[in-house]
Design a protein around this ligand. Structure first.
Ligand code: HEC
Ligand code: HEC
Length: 268
């Protein structure tokens, strides 16, 4: 055996031993880890039950199930939890927005623990009031519209991936997406805090404009209700007209069924 092989074998053996040790340790209820705040300790327990199967005990990732979290940070964990993306049911489909699956206290605890695996960006502060909608619109058209389209309602971007609608996104989620580049979205490292405020302000503006359009369209009640409303609007005058035509009218019905007197003579 050459030294090359030996050098390879030693860390392997060490890793295997470490694996056995950590397996033995996790067989009982997880021991309290040293150096964790009570909040992070709470997060660790939640992480073990909800995330370990795909991201590994220490966020190292699990082949074929979930990526490493060692390049992530608070912003990334906050984003995936508050948009309900994690935990997902199937690791091979794109994570999508859904109901948040934890209480506020659990979300904060999970961020305190899982956000610490990497030194990715912290949760960004966003000030929509300090954002310039016009500047945000320019940034949006340059950087975002190609995937999320001009209205922000999203579109398929190929490879079975979809740039989702931004209509439900909070300003913080917009800034987080720009900072961490979730899934197939790129990281926009060149955009600074002012740019993120501008973009958030523009997205809020887009959302308000979309709401107005929906309100005008029957209060945005959805295609079924709107279809029904359209039918009723067309149907009610139609029924009224049919009834009017079908009812007897003095004068109009004279030719077909003229009034007669007691002798059967037509009264004129
Ligand atoms: C069934 C497997 C599965 C479970 C359970 C799961 N994840 Fe994930 N996670 C994934 C996959 C797969 C991705 C990549 C998703 C994508 O790119 O669309 C991911 C992405 C992430 C990301 C973003 C990382 C990146 O590279 O973009 C974070 C942060 C994250 N998960 C945290 C969590 C946390 C916290 C939990 C537990 C509450 C959790 N995940 C549970 C499979 C899982
Ligand atoms: C190359 C295409 C692409 C570009 C360009 C892009 N995005 Fe995305 N964006 C995506 C994809 C794909 C996702 C979904 C990520 C995932 O799988 O979780 C996403 C997700 C988002 C979300 C989360 C929406 C939700 O469902 O909660 C926001 C907010 C967002 N992007 C904002 C932006 C902004 C702002 C820009 C411009 C600075 C931008 N994106 C540019 C592809 C893109």
């Amino acid at each position: 055996m050459s030294f090359g092989h030996l050098a390879f074998a030693i860390p392997l053996a060490a890793a295997a031993t470490a694996g056995i040790v950590s397996l033995a340790a996790s067989a009982e209820s997880p021991p309290v880890a040293v150096g964790l705040t009570p909040l992070a300790e709470r997060g660790r327990v939640l992480y073990r039950t909800n995330c370990t199967s795909c991201h590994g005990n220490d966020g190292g990732g699990v082949e074929g199930r979930g990526p490493t979290l060692e390049d992530e940070g608070d912003a990334s964990v906050d984003f995936v939890l508050r948009t309900g993306r994690m935990p997902i049911a199937q690791p091979d489909v794109q994570a999508t927005r859904g109901p948040v699956q934890f209480t506020e206290e659990e979300v904060v605890a999970l961020i305190a623990y899982a956000g610490g695996f990497g030194d990715g960006p912290a949760i960004p502060g966003v000030d929509v009031a300090a954002g310039d909608v016009v500047a945000g619109g320019v940034l949006y058209r340059l950087n975002c519209a190609a995937c999320h389209v001009a209205s922000g309602s999203g579109a398929a971007i190929g490879g079975g991936r979809e740039a989702p609608s931004m209509m439900p996104s909070t300003p913080t989620e917009v800034a987080e997406a720009v900072l961490v580049g979730p899934g197939a979205m790129p990281v926009f490292g060149a955009l600074d805090e002012q740019d993120r405020d501008d973009l958030a302000a523009y997205v809020v503006d887009l959302q308000e404009r979309n709401e107005e359009i929906e309100l005008r369209n029957f209060g945005g009640a959805g295609p079924v209700a709107e279809g029904l409303a359209a039918w009723l609007l067309a149907l009610i005058p139609l029924v009224a007209l049919t009834r009017w035509i079908g009812s007897p009218h003095a004068g109009r019905d004279r030719g077909a069924n003229p009034p007669v007197d007691e002798h059967g003579e037509v009264v004129t």
